[in-house]
Design a protein around this ligand. Structure first.
Ligand code: HEM
Length: 461
């Protein structure tokens, strides 16, 4: 798929924002037990409540609820009551989940497309699967993925049109898809490549379908078909690897001891989890580097200092400027703006009574902008993450773009490698600036993305 096709797909996809109506939870009681407080909140607009899209994604709305009601508040969106959680203590209680009061609540959004992906498993079963999957993320494996990331990135950016305006978001999205395909499907896909990348996008978009029925031409049906194509691909690939193991991610999953069904389910979740998040973050970084040329130049000098040597894991870890830039990009625009859970028993969060069966939404992006943790939170200032400032250490829950607790992103290192590898290839080959009065227009049907595609002119170095 080229950058233009990708651009069209992104614009079309944004039109179909999801809405699913879950079963009604028990009412929030006005007189909670055991001296606990009742959760304050607001319905939002009559009937509509706060639009689900806004609730899920709009950092401004989440911040407004936090400022108005505090760390724990309730609100409504089309019949769905959600308990919004932010701030140090309340976030900590949900994320650490000490008495197992909270389970994942993604099935309603992610089934059937991401059936039994790691994030959709809970408690003992989740623990067992996560332990097995860790073998695919050892340092030795990461070193291998780094070779793939840096080779593919350096090669792909040479194909970007230099000196003319391109839409940077579709471009980085395509690059992150290429990286995911190389790592999780392993090159040599031949003619199948385009079909499988399309299936991957259809499956990812399927979760946003407004109508959850397989109607002709609908997003849901395309998603189900995408999932079927990926299942078929992985079943064949697993059979092939079982007879002839390779030095790749899939063979590592087989050697970890998963059965075929589990491998298929995990792989399909991993390809979704590993590409959209990196595309959003790469776009955020391109934007801020375009508005802060001194940081771009600093990153370029570090990257050029290695001459023509290939970038391996050790070299990548020395690119401290890009590492700081990526951290700051993740802080300013959290790619996963709400971490969703469900209360599986009556419980409490920071002294507030939470009845069973409520949707809980932890707003990591709110924590990323609180003055109690960050100096001038709205300003792009990567050095806040460097010693001696280390503002990210102000609280365990201050910087959580990868989540926290048992479900903390298993791809945290791989995601960082992808981002630093992509940006390294970019700053070595191009320079770019963005007008100071340009503000990225974030759209958020699911993960944040620039609705204008982020127009940038990349000038050859
Ligand atoms: C910038 C890049 C990334 C960001 C910001 C990100 C963010 C997150 C977040 C916030 C969670 C926790 C969700 C929750 O608790 O509800 C998570 C979990 C997860 N992520 Fe990532 N992710 C990134 C890259 C990746 C990559 C590259 C992979 C694939 C290797 C990946 C695979 C996963 C998986 C499998 C989980 C579930 C972990 C579990 O349940 O134990 N992520 N990610």
């Amino acid at each position: 798929m080229n950058i233009r096709t990708m651009s069209r797909r992104i614009v079309d996809g944004a039109r179909d924002v999801s809405l699913r109506v879950p079963p009604r939870p028990r009412p929030l009681t006005a007189s909670p037990p055991n001296g606990l407080k009742a959760v304050p909140g607001e319905r939002g607009l009559p009937l509509a409540g706060h639009l689900l899209g806004g609730l899920l994604d709009a950092p401004a709305l989440q911040m407004q609820l936090y400022r108005r009601h505090g760390a724990v508040s309730w609100t409504h969106a089309f019949g769905m009551r959600a308990i919004m959680v932010a701030g140090a203590e309340a976030t900590h209680a949900v994320m650490l989940n000490k008495d197992q009061s909270f389970a994942n609540d993604l099935g309603r959004f992610f089934e059937p497309f991401f059936h039994r992906g790691l994030l959709l498993l809970d408690f003992d079963e989740h623990f067992a699967h996560r332990r097995l999957m860790n073998v695919a993320f050892t340092r030795a494996r990461l070193a291998r993925y780094t070779e793939i990331v840096t080779t593919v990135s350096a090669d792909e950016v040479t194909k970007w049109p230099a000196g003319e305006q391109v839409l940077a978001y579709p471009a980085v999205k395509q690059l992150s898809l290429d990286l995911i395909a190389e790592i999780f499907m392993t090159g040599s896909l031949g003619a199948e490549r385009t079909r499988l990348l399309d299936a991957m996008l259809d499956c990812t978009d399927g979760r946003l379908a407004a109508i959850r029925l397989p109607m002709p031409g609908g997003k849901y049906r395309a998603g189900v078909r995408g999932r079927q194509a990926l299942q078929q691909y992985y079943r064949n690939a697993i059979a092939e690897r079982r007879s002839r193991p390779r030095d790749d991610f899939l063979s590592t999953m087989i050697s970890a001891g998963f059965d075929d069904d589990d491998i298929v389910n995990h792989m399909i979740f991993l390809i979704m989890a590993g590409h959209d998040t990196t595309a959003t973050t790469a776009a955020t970084a391109v934007y801020h580097l375009g508005k802060n040329p001194e940081w771009q130049q600093r990153a370029r000098e570090e990257s050029l200092a290695r001459g023509d040597a290939a970038l391996d894991l050790v070299g990548l870890e020395k690119l401290t400027t890009l590492d700081l830039v990526v951290k700051e990009a993740l802080r300013l625009t959290a790619p996963v703006p709400s971490l969703m859970r469900k209360s599986v028993k009556d419980t409490e969060i920071a002294g507030f009574f939470i009845p069973k069966d409520h949707l809980i939404m932890v707003c990591d992006g709110v924590n990323h902008h609180l003055e109690e943790f960050w100096t001038d939170p709205a300003i792009f200032d990567p050095s806040r993450f460097a010693a001696p400032r280390r503002e990210d250490n102000s609280h365990r829950m201050a910087w959580i773009p990868f989540g926290a607790g048992v479900h903390k992103c298993i791809g945290i290192n791989l995601g960082t490698i992808q981002l630093v590898g992509m940006l390294d290839a970019l700053v070595r080959r191009f320079s770019w600036t963005l007008p100071q009065d340009y503000e990225i227009p974030w759209g958020q049907p699911s993960l944040p993305y620039p609705v204008d595609g982020l127009p940038v002119t990349f000038r050859p170095m």
